[in-house]
Design a protein around this ligand. Structure first.
Ligand SMILES: [Zn+2]
Length: 279
């Protein structure tokens, strides 16, 4: 696990064992706000201990950006009485599939035996949710596309946006929706945060935000074009598997997960969306 200070009040923890997934801690006068956890229980425990020792603060609130297990499992070590904030869809999804997928994770690796699933208890469905802590303001709103339940957390005073997987080194929409993801990237551009903390990988700093988001928009347009061509020309879906990621302006990224497979899954998902639209 790596850690760094993003600002005086924000710590970022990044897993070196799974896809550079991020967990964020924000210091407030009323305690620590935690956004997402790292997937492995020992990493999660290490973060909780580190924060307690380094800041001397208690924990205030937990927030989940979305229901994917690499973000959820790491909330285990925090006190059980804390509120867990998320989108209502996140709560629904975890109630629906949370225990089953945890059982499966445990079958694959007993390291997950220690994980206690935390179900969000404070949620919002439409509009925004506001959290005030120690004179700091956190505005939460939907950023769907990667998943239907993904939210962003905007820390107003410092103009830091935590996006969950709405922003990733390679956009992933296979479990989501192309149109929603495009709208989300455009919304983030309009918001124009000073600093952007993605769900996985490095922090995007002032001056880079628009360039990076534009690159992802170009990528998604390209993925849709490729899917449209494949559909119009009646390609065998197997042929889609040969379209290189580099054709859509992205490089294979050092996330430790297979960029090419994610890219193909994206195109296939748009292909299915288009095929349905066109009957
Ligand atoms: Zn995700």
């Amino acid at each position: 696990m790596y850690w760094e200070r993003v600002t005086e009040e924000i710590y970022l923890f990044t897993s070196d064992r799974y896809a550079l997934v991020n967990s964020v801690a924000i210091l407030t006068g009323e305690g620590l706000i935690i956004v997402d956890g790292l997937p492995f229980p020992d990493e999660a425990r290490q973060i909780a201990r580190f924060l307690h020792v380094h800041t001397g603060l208690d924990f205030h609130t937990l927030i989940l950006t979305h229901h994917h297990i690499d973000h959820v499992y790491g909330l285990s070590p925090y006190p059980a009485h804390l509120d867990v904030l998320a989108h209502e869809r996140c709560r629904q999804k975890l109630l629906e599939i949370g225990e089953d997928s945890l059982a499966e994770a445990r079958r694959n690796d007993p390291i997950f035996d220690d994980v206690v699933l935390r179900i969000p208890n404070v949620t919002f469905d439409t509009g925004e949710m506001l959290l005030r802590a120690g004179k700091k303001t956190f505005r939460m709103f939907a950023l769907p596309g990667h998943t239907a339940d993904n939210i962003g957390i905007f820390y107003e005073e410092e103009e830091v946006l935590i996006t969950g997987d709405a922003v990733m080194a390679i956009p992933i929409i296979a479990d989501g929706n192309w149109g929603q993801q495009m709208a989300t990237l455009k919304l983030i551009k309009e918001l124009s945060p000073d600093t952007l903390i993605q769900g996985h990988g490095e922090v995007i700093l002032r001056g880079e935000v628009h360039t990076v988001l534009d690159r992802y928009i170009v990528y998604l347009n390209c993925a849709r074009e490729k899917a449209q061509i494949a559909l119009d020309e009646g390609w065998d879906p197997k042929e889609i598997r040969n379209i290189p990621l580099e054709d859509c302006g992205l490089e294979r990224v050092p996330l430790g997960i297979a960029s090419h497979q994610l890219h193909i899954a994206n195109i296939l998902s748009v292909y299915r969306e288009l095929a349905e639209e066109q009957g």
